[in-house]
Structures are given as structure tokens and as C-alpha cells.
Design a protein around this ligand. Structure first.
Ligand code: CP
Length: 313
């Protein structure tokens, strides 16, 4: 199967650049990658290819799952352990870093604190760029694995009532996910204390596009009819100061009491890392899917790498 045929993207910068057909194609390819992702089959379709992992912010899942995806397909990775040991510390611009690193590798993965950094990188890179999170902007590969998880668990994405809870103001995963879900026939409820509600620009766009949504402040009250509850961490690092953060810290928590009246089929997702917004007791219930969700990052990122590098299965 020639994978590139239904996928003409040069870079993956924003989920807004995707059509539903393109999303579904990535998810279909990801499904075929599962045996290799789980180590039950081997593959060397990316042998000889190098991925540059450029992370200017901390990461566990995104960085390591890109590395695992590349290596499971026979490729290799380069990268720096932290921005502090890169020449950005000496004042090198992102544009220069990308120009140079894209000459060392076949594909570039970038996480950066500045919104718009990945778009800028795509202009200077001679190789495909994947946005691994740009400030409070977008995290499109996370969104694709979130959609993959919903489709795998629920059969399809459309038709679900999805609660998106937590730090909706600064959370890039929920900004990307909201855009993606608005392309499907879903019912969205945004659940957050008022200071952390979804930005007005995003709500305005949903309204202009005729997408219905609901807003709630209390998870325990909002969760009853949901098929999916997507919880996020408060992004402490994005608040202007500690005082603002402390006003909303500890303002929500999913625990056994939250689950008392939920549907049996409710699944709980979280992009992770979590801090204290989901109690550990929830991990052992039939509702938790966040660790499976994190594991789904491997086949989805394998699919993206294969598509962008135009290899054949
Ligand atoms: N979900 C996510 O982006 O996790 P990391 O910050 O660990 O990469």
C-alpha cells in the first residue's frame, strides 16, 4: 500500500490543517501499525531515516513515543536532553536551529513554549516538521491519538457526548481537540471554573460555525450523561504569576464520588501528566483509559512518520 496517496501534508503543525478524511486516514494507518507498535511484529520501513527530537519544554510521552515509533520502524533519533544544553542558551534563534537540525535529519519534531513556533519552524525547515506542542497553541499529534482512542473505545467518534474538563484556558491539547471534535457530530460540554473556561475566540468560532456546546463549572454535576470525560491538568507554568495560579489550584478532582451516577460505558481520558486532578483510586475502575491513551501515541506517531516520509508498508 502506498501510504502517501491520501495524505499530501508536508508538515503537521495544526489540526486545523486537516480534513476529516485526512484524520480518518491517519487513524486507519495507525491501526495497521498496532502489531509493530506492540512489538509483536518487526518492521524496517524507516531504516536509514533520522528523526530530530527538539524539545525546548519538558516531555515524557511525546518525546519518548516519537523515539519509540521511529525505532520500532527501523529508524533512528537525535536530539538534546533539554533546551539548557542546546545553543539556544547562547542566543541562537529558533530559525537558525531549525535550518541546521533539518540538515542533520529527515524529519523534525519540535516542542516549544512559544505559540506559533512550529509554524515558523516549518518555514525554515528543509524537512517535514511535526508540532509536539507550541505554548498554549496546538498539540496536533496528541489530538490524533485522542481521536484514535475514542474511535477504538467507542467504535466511532461521531455520536458521543464528550465532556472536556480542567484548564481549558491554557491547555493546548483541549484547544486542538475541540477543533477536531467540531468537525464530527459530537456534543461537547466544557467543564471548568470560570477563570479556566475555554477562550472566547474558540467559543466564538464554534458559534459562528453553528457548533452547539454547553458550559459547566462542576465536574460531579456535568459527568452524568457523558460517554467520554477528557480531564486535563492545570497548566501552572502558563499562568502570569503564582497568585493567579493559587486562585484556581485544587479547584477540581475526579474521584469515586464523581463516578457514583455515571453511565457504565463512560471512559475517562487525560493527555497526562496528571498531578492531582484524577485520584489514583479511579485507575482501577472500568472507566479509566488514560494509560491506554498514552500507549496509543506509538501507532499514531508511527503512522504520521510513515506518511510524512512517504514510505510503503
Ligand atoms: N501528553 C503530553 O504531551 O505529555 P508529555 O508532556 O509528557 O509529552
Amino acid at each position: 500500500m502506498k501510504l502517501k496517496s491520501e495524505f499530501s501534508k508536508e508538515h503537521v503543525v495544526s489540526i486545523k490543517d486537516f480534513s476529516v478524511d485526512e484524520i480518518e486516514h491517519v487513524l486507519d494507518v495507525a491501526r495497521t501499525m498496532e502489531p509493530v507498535a506492540k512489538g509483536r511484529k518487526t518492521s524496517d520501513i524507516l531504516r536509514g531515516k533520522i528523526l530530530a527530537n527538539l524539545f525546548f519544554e519538558p516531555s515524557t510521552r511525546t518525546m519518548l513515543s516519537f523515539e519509540a515509533a521511529m525505532k520500532r520502524l527501523g529508524g533512528d533519533t537525535i536530539g538534546f536532553a533539554s533546551a539548557d544544553v542546546s545553543s539556544s542558551k547562547k542566543g541562537e534563534t529558533l530559525a537558525d536551529t531549525i535550518t541546521v537540525c533539518s540538515s542533520y535529519a529527515d524529519i523534525v519534531v519540535l516542542r516549544h513554549p512559544q505559540e506559533g513556533a512550529a509554524r515558523l519552524a516549518s518555514k525554515f525547515s528543509s524537512k517535514p516538521v511535526l508540532n509536539a506542542g507550541d505554548g498554549a497553541g496546538q498539540h496536533p499529534t496528541q489530538t490524533l491519538l485522542d481521536l484514535y482512542t475514542i474511535r477504538k473505545e467507542k467504535g466511532e467518534i461521531s455520536g458521543n457526548k464528550i465532556g472536556i474538563a480542567g484548564d481549558l484556558k491554557y491547555g493546548r491539547t483541549v484547544h486542538s481537540l475541540t477543533h477536531a471534535l467540531s468537525m464530527y457530530d459530537t456534543e461537547m460540554t466544557f467543564i471548568a471554573p470560570q477563570p479556566l473556561q475555554m477562550p472566547k475566540e474558540i467559543l466564538g468560532r464554534l458559534s459562528r460555525d453553528g457548533i452547539k456546546y454547553d458550559q459547566q463549572q462542576n465536574i460531579d454535576e456535568a459527568v452524568e450523561d457523558l460517554d467520554v470525560l477528557y480531564v486535563t491538568r492545570i497548566q501552572r507554568e502558563r499562568f502570569p504569576n503564582e497568585e493567579e495560579y493559587l486562585k484556581v489550584a485544587d479547584s477540581y478532582n475526579v474521584n469515586m464520588k464523581t463516578l457514583e451516577d455515571v453511565d457504565d460505558g463512560l471512559i475517562i481520558m487525560h493527555p497526562l501528566p496528571r498531578v492531582d486532578e484524577i485520584s489514583a483510586e479511579v485507575d482501577d475502575t472500568d472507566h479509566s483509559r488514560y494509560f491506554e491513551q498514552a500507549a496509543n501515541g506509538i501507532p499514531v506517531r508511527m503512522a504520521l512518520l510513515s506518511l510524512l516520509l512517504e514510505v510503503e508498508l
